[in-house]
Write a protein that binds this ligand. Structure first.
Ligand code: HEC
Ligand code: HEC
Length: 503
């Protein structure tokens, strides 16, 4: 009973976590011992260093082909897919994602070799403007704590669905028995237990009525797990793009352009992203003598970015303002500032395009998709595969009337209280953020779009297809999209101006 109360009080507040808790979260995020591989091979010796790492971590899959992996010889941790500067010297920087279209996972009885989807970047996930906290491309999880728990005990760490209780026991054992010498213990201030006992302010970090600090000897298994979830959630909630002391984003040339011209880069207190985006559009519309940002080198990109005439043309297309090549992107309607995501779910034809690429044009529209009364326990969340036409990825469809919170959100914010059913969730995915895209290629939930040129060509195509009625359950906004070759070039420049040296 106590445990349930703790969970509720932990996660329903905006946690203002201490640095100690965040640092603990970082260590947990990088610790490979929570993987099934470690559990299976360490034979209960939680401080052991294994002779052999996981073979799928031997090389890093990158657009340039396989390269030496910083994780070779190790066991899977959150960081082996969500990396930052680990491979900076040989491939490049990342926004807590990998370089692969879909991530390799250890082979198990289900014979899966890769995740079904592309690893999303995590920078910005902790932003105050990340209003709702649904996660995974399809809204599987309702908040960060749920996501963290789901990931620690999930297939990405090697665990089958039937093994989550073993995964949890393994976490508890490691936390209790970690001696603080191996597995980055020294770097992060000693054993998990000693860090918890000395460094973490329970009252502040856990918002509990405990009068004493966490003591693993007295804590129940559930309390230890709650502590792990809280620390990793605090770490995620700390991941954001560069801000100044006023909390305004400052890292990208577009941010710098807005600030230089006397505007801001974030909503006012209480202002929604939508209202802020309207204010931003108005500002750009009225800006008669823009002061531009000269191109400078961005060291983590090894490239120059700035904000000049061409970027401004791109912004005008993005925000549907009068523009010189006469294009209409309507991008802002889903990619609302400041994170350039409305955190909602839309069908922009990505699943249809990839399914048709594999099975032939028109295959997706014709495919039988069961209605709710016939869905039973079927999930359609697999990457399209030419040997098996039943494999398809319908995104939000998988969690409609399964995840209560995301269903409520869908009914209220998307159906706006009107008619609403499973059909309307087909092919909807969470709107991706557009900040620092050069550090998170390849793109789309399936990771099959290698670069932004391809992404923009997709939008040009779906605009036409939506108008011609060739799409299944398309977002109505797609019909508005009108782009030509010049428009695409300007839009690309604008997207480039959202890059930054995140560290
Ligand atoms: C094998 C690679 C892999 C590993 C290991 C991994 N992830 Fe992920 N992560 C992914 C993929 C792929 C997705 C997208 C899943 C989906 O949408 O179906 C994801 C999604 C997420 C998201 C949601 C992001 C969003 O915006 O929706 C969070 C948060 C996250 N992972 C955290 C973690 C944590 C914490 C761990 C360690 C316990 C972890 N991940 C381990 C690949 C991985
Ligand atoms: C109807 C809503 C909507 C509109 C309009 C829209 N987008 Fe998107 N965008 C999305 C969604 C949803 C995704 C994720 C889709 C997926 O991966 O299946 C996405 C993904 C992207 C991505 C890939 C990001 C990544 O990390 O994978 C880019 C880049 C992008 N959009 C740019 C644009 C541009 C530029 C425009 C205007 C031409 C635009 N979008 C218009 C909803 C929209």
């Amino acid at each position: 009973m106590k445990t349930t109360l703790i969970l509720i009080s932990l996660f329903s507040f905006d946690l203002l976590a201490s640095d100690a808790l965040i640092s603990l979260g970082e260590r947990l995020f990088n610790d490979g011992r929570f993987s099934r591989h470690f559990w299976q091979n360490a034979q209960g010796q939680v401080n052991a260093t294994l002779k052999n790492g996981e073979s799928h971590l031997d090389v890093l899959v990158t657009p340039l082909g396989p390269v030496a992996s910083p994780f070779s010889g190790e066991s899977t941790s959150c960081a082996s897919c969500h990396m930052v500067d680990q491979a900076f010297s040989n491939v490049g920087m990342r926004t807590y994602t990998d370089f692969a279209p879909t991530a390799p996972i250890p082979t198990r009885m289900d014979l899966q070799t890769h995740t079904a989807r592309n690893t999303p970047g995590l920078v910005g996930i902790g932003s105050a403007f990340n209003r709702n906290r649904f996660s995974h491309w399809d809204g599987e999880f309702s908040d960060h704590a749920e996501t963290v728990l789901g990931n620690f005990t999930g297939r990405n760490m090697g665990w089958l669905k039937t093994e989550s209780s073993i995964a949890l026991k393994n976490i508890v054992k490691i936390l209790r028995e970690d001696n603080g010498h191996a597995h980055q213990g020294a770097e992060f201030g000693g054993s998990y237990e000693s860090v918890f006992r000395s460094g973490i302010d329970v009252e502040e970090d856990f918002r509990l009525n405990f009068s004493e600090r966490v003591d693993f000897k007295k804590a129940s298994d559930q309390e230890v797990i709650n502590a792990v979830i809280t620390a990793v959630t605090a770490y995620l909630d700390d991941l954001d793009f560069q801000k100044n002391e006023k909390g305004e984003y400052v890292g990208s040339p577009f941010d710098q352009f807005l600030l230089k011209n006397g505007f801001t880069t974030v909503p006012k207190k209480g202002e929604t992203s939508k209202d802020f985006t309207e204010r931003l559009r108005n500002f750009l519309q009225k800006l008669t003598t823009p002061k531009f940002i000269a191109e400078v080198e961005f060291p983590t990109h090894n490239k120059k970015f700035g904000f000049g005439h061409r970027e401004l043309q791109g912004a005008k297309i993005f925000f549907n303002l009068p523009n010189h090549p006469g294009n209409k992107g309507s991008c802002f309607k889903c990619h609302a500032a400041p994170l350039f995501s409305d955190q909602s779910f839309h069908n922009i034809g990505t699943s249809q395009a990839i399914y048709d690429e594999v099975h032939g044009f028109g295959a997706f529209i014709q495919k039988y998709i069961p209605k709710e009364e016939y869905r039973a326990d079927l999930y359609l969340n697999q990457a399209a595969d030419n040997s098996d036409p039943s494999k398809m990825d319908l995104g939000l469809w998988n969690f409609y009337n399964r995840n209560i919170e995301v269903t409520e959100f869908f009914k209220k914010e998307i159906c706006l209280g009107g008619p609403c059913d499973l059909e309307m969730t087909i092919g909807r995915f969470k709107t991706a953020s557009l900040r620092d895209l050069a550090h998170s290629n390849p793109y789309f939930h399936h990771g099959q779009m290698a670069d932004l040129t391809g992404v923009l060509a997709h939008y040009m195509k779906v605009g036409i297809q939506a108008r011609q009625g060739l799409m299944r359950n398309p977002d109505p906004i797609l019909k508005e999209i009108q782009l030509n070759g010049h428009g695409l070039q300007y839009l690309q420049k604008f997207l480039d101006s959202l890059n930054e040296d995140y560290e």
